[in-house]
Design a protein around this ligand. Sequence first.
Ligand SMILES: [Zn+2]
Length: 112
Amino acid sequence: MADQPIKAQDEKYCSSCGAAIKKEAEICPKCGVRQSSAGIPKEVSEEGADFLSKAASCCVPIVGLVLFFVWKDSKPKASKDVCKWAIIGIAISVVGYIIVMALGVGAAMFGG
Ligand SMILES: [Zn+2]
């Protein structure tokens, strides 16, 4: 602890180089490293989901659900995209199921 710099009341130690810096400092003046403290906005991607992710979410809605939870913090726009396509995929499969059922009932009525 001999080389640890003495810090004043309103100072803290840099998370990178350990220098005594102001508590309010966002960036260490010695090493230039950004201090990790609450209030710094996380980097959020504004990119939407790519075509492959949308197609996968539509064909296999569970993929969209998983991607939604993976991306909801870092890629809010992409997570909304896959969520939307997962719902579309579910809707298509429900409609398809109804059509198949209707055709099945029709075939049973006229086929017998
Ligand atoms: Zn530093």
